[in-house]
Write a protein that binds this ligand. Structure first.
Ligand code: 1CP
Length: 354
């Protein structure tokens, strides 16, 4: 009897993929893609997210055009904050939260409970539509922001420049721990809602993991994350979890690898072959080609990509069974579609016989 599921991504996350490594990109449905830009000409970003048929179309576009092995739900990590009572607006300049968290007392005033989850039901509807139309061998990834990254946006509206200082200050004032507890309770329900609607895998994006002092990451962020993942896994044991952690040092990455997620997404500062070898048999690893290099002219990108693929091919096959091929972060808006096509073509040509 085969111990594989027929879905490359799920098999890799379960450390049992003997075929080609699966490939998908964070932000694969986004502004670099003419299909998405055409949808955006007609509708606002928010309308696409909140209208299940449009969100489904946005999620399936990159599958049809590039043949990624997984679709990701089309939505955003910030809708949960809006449902918790923080004003949210999306513009061409990016998302903007109207009211920011000031202190621990403000955490206690955030909306919680089933009413918050009901406001996010458009995500479940979209997931159901995508799963129905997606070929069975392709995986549907549901997602949310990890608790810490949601804290950064709630406290500072962003995780860039001065906002990092503001968020770190508010965290130190005692607001971080209660926020992590409140948001984790809601995230558990969001994860279950998306899994029940057809998400085969759930990704928690921690884009701000490296922005908090390491001591707080270990002492507060990790315990909250471990608790959330273990509760989810005990309630939905068939749905695997990806934890994407941006900006972690080597030692913190080793700690994060023990958070209970089945797969750890790494950024492009880490050496992929070393991480695959050190985590062999323990946890699946996702990543980590440089998003910046995807901006190179195709003729320059090709040898760079070939060299990167060749290096991972030197990793023993036993350590490659758990590799999910992708980028170290999201596809940038200016990436030529030709480069995405080149990535998928070379990935299949070089690794197809793994
Ligand atoms: O058309 C537009 O102008 C909207 C651009 C856009 C898109 C396409 C935003 C605004 N969000 C999204 C979709 C999105 N966001 C997806 C689904 C699409 C896909 O992956 O194919 C996902 C998974 C996200 C996740 C997300 N949103 C993260 C975590 C991953 C990461 O990029 O680090 C974060 C931090 C956000 C917040 C957000 N939403 C939008 C923007 C421009 C941002 C980033 C703001 C920032 O980083 O400061």
């Amino acid at each position: 009897m085969s111990d594989t599921t027929g879905k490359l991504l799920v098999d890799a996350i379960r450390l049992s993929n003997n075929a080609r490594p699966p490939v998908w990109f964070m932000r694969q449905a986004g502004r670099y893609h003419s299909h998405y830009r055409a949808l955006r000409k007609e509708h606002s970003f928010e309308r696409i997210c909140r209208t299940p048929a449009l969100a489904c179309e946005a999620a399936l576009g990159p599958i049809r055009d590039f043949d990624f092995d997984a679709a990701i739900l089309f939505s955003d990590i910030l809708f949960i904050l809006e449902a918790m009572g923080m004003d949210l607006a999306f513009s061409d300049a990016g998302p903007k939260l109207g009211r920011l968290l000031e202190n621990a007392a403000a955490v206690a005033r955030l909306r919680t409970g089933d009413a918050v989850i009901e406001k996010l039901s458009f995500q479940a509807e979209a997931a159901r539509l995508v799963r129905r139309q997606l070929p069975p061998e392709k995986t549907l990834i549901g997602f949310a922001g990890a608790p810490l990254t949601l804290f950064f946006f709630a406290a500072a509206g962003s995780h860039k420049g001065e906002a990092v200082k503001r968020a770190v200050g508010i965290a130190a004032s005692g607001a971080l721990e209660p926020f992590l507890a409140v948001v984790s309770e809601l995230l558990l329900d969001v994860m279950k809602m998306q899994a029940d609607a057809g998400a085969d895998v759930f990704a928690l994006f921690d884009s701000c993991a490296g922005d908090i002092p390491e001591i707080q990451y270990s002492a507060m962020v990790m315990p909250a994350l471990k608790k959330l993942i273990s509760r989810f896994k005990s309630e939905r044991p068939d749905t695997n979890v990806i934890y994407y952690a941006k900006g972690l040092s080597k030692s913190l990455l080793e700690e994060a690898a023990l958070c209970g997620a089945d797969c750890i997404g790494i950024d492009d500062t880490h050496d992929l072959p070393s991480v695959l070898i050190s985590q062999e048999g323990k946890v699946s690893i996702q990543g980590n080609f440089s998003p910046q290099q995807m901006l190179l002219p195709p003729g320059v990108l090709e040898p760079v990509l070939r060299a990167w693929l060749a290096r991972t091919q030197k990793v023993p096959a036993s350590a490659r069974k758990g590799w999910v091929c992708g980028l170290g972060h999201g596809v940038l808006p200016g990436v030529p579609e030709e480069n995405v096509r080149l990535f998928l073509r070379l990935q299949r040509a070089v690794l197809g016989t793994c």
